[in-house]
Design a protein around this ligand. Structure first.
Ligand code: ADP
Length: 299
């Protein structure tokens, strides 16, 4: 097969692992900088050009679209779809999972456990908003934050009011969320491929920190997950329409709650902690997708 990894970072761990896993299975692999693709949107013969040449005969793509380029990146993936190229994750599924409000609404509609979450645009009724999610302590999150940046734990109602007021005053979009204290600063990353959790790790926050992001000094170890957690992770990926996803779960008193479903989950942390060949499993799954009938993703 001729495969293309859409990535702006040719030398990052995940990209390199995907390339070597595909090459070791005898595939030809290109790494394409998503932002350097340009396209002609025509109904007869849609095309994509890259650095001056038409990209032809690509059997399948592995999109690794960073959150800062979701808009253009998903357009490139969509163009490949129009050309009949298989994609590991569909453009629609990537767009859905990137929109935190939309994905939480979709997950809630399917009865998947979530932390009680509120969102608001105007700073008028902050006390009621706080009440809606069960009062302090609570977590306030910037909608566009990543790697734990813009995730604030407000221990008291007063602190929550000030933080929410400050964020809304800056005209940013925020989520206000029940604080899952019993998670003890840990979350579970379930790596889903197809309808299976192929690996899971527990990320534990550094002492004195509640955010378990590895970028914030968190540590990772293999996690043994319950059947309920497994089912929740697989269902969350399926609701988004993602074939490959990193589903982040918190262990709450009311069962597993999904925090986020990531469409380009990193491979380094999970491969290092589990010793599993996740890149190989992804390529094998893609091979299977090329043989199987196309799946419809509903809008
Ligand atoms: P980001 O997408 O920026 O990583 P997250 O929403 O995943 O932001 O939050 C970062 C970390 O903060 C999580 O990995 C988790 O450890 C912790 N966290 C986030 N939300 C909650 C919550 N509602 N209750 C308890 N801990 C939380």
């Amino acid at each position: 097969m001729k495969l293309a990894v859409l990535s702006r970072e040719p030398i990052n761990y995940s990209t390199q692992r995907l390339v070597s896993a595909a090459e070791s299975r005898g595939h030809e692999v290109l790494v394409i900088d998503t932002l350097r693709c340009y396209m002609s949107i025509a109904s007869h013969r849609p095309t994509i050009h890259y650095k001056g040449d038409a990209l032809e005969n690509v059997d399948a793509i592995i999109p690794r679209i960073g959150s800062s380029i979701t808009f253009y990146g998903t357009a490139v993936v969509r163009q490949f779809e129009m050309m009949g190229t298989k994609t590991l994750n569909a453009s629609l599924a990537i767009s859905r999972s990137r929109d935190k409000l939309r994905s939480m609404q979709m997950l809630a509609r399917k009865g998947i456990g979530l932390p009680i979450t509120g969102f608001a645009h105007s700073p008028d009724e902050i006390p009621d908003l706080i009440q809606m999610v069960g009062g302090a302590p609570l977590v306030v999150k910037l909608l566009e934050g990543t790697q734990g940046i813009g995730v604030v734990l407000c221990e008291t109602r007063k602190a929550a009011e000030s933080v929410i007021e400050a964020f809304l005053g800056l005209d940013t979009n925020i989520l206000v969320q029940e604080y899952i204290k019993e998670a003890g600063g840990a979350d579970i990353r379930c790596f889903v491929i197809g309808d299976k959790v192929v690996a899971s790790i527990k990320r534990q926050a550094a002492p004195g920190e509640f955010r378990s992001n590895l970028h914030r000094g968190g540590s990772a170890e293999v996690a043994k997950i319950t059947p309920e957690e497994r089912k929740t992770a697989v269902r969350a990926a399926r609701v988004m329409g993602l074939d490959v996803a990193g589903v982040d779960i918190l262990r709450s008193n009311h069962g597993p709650v999904v925090m986020e479903v990531n469409s380009s989950p990193g491979l380094e942390g999970i491969e290092m902690a589990t010793g599993k060949d996740i890149a190989g499993l992804i390529v094998t799954h893609l091979e299977k997708m090329l043989i199987d009938k196309p799946k419809r993703v509903e809008g």
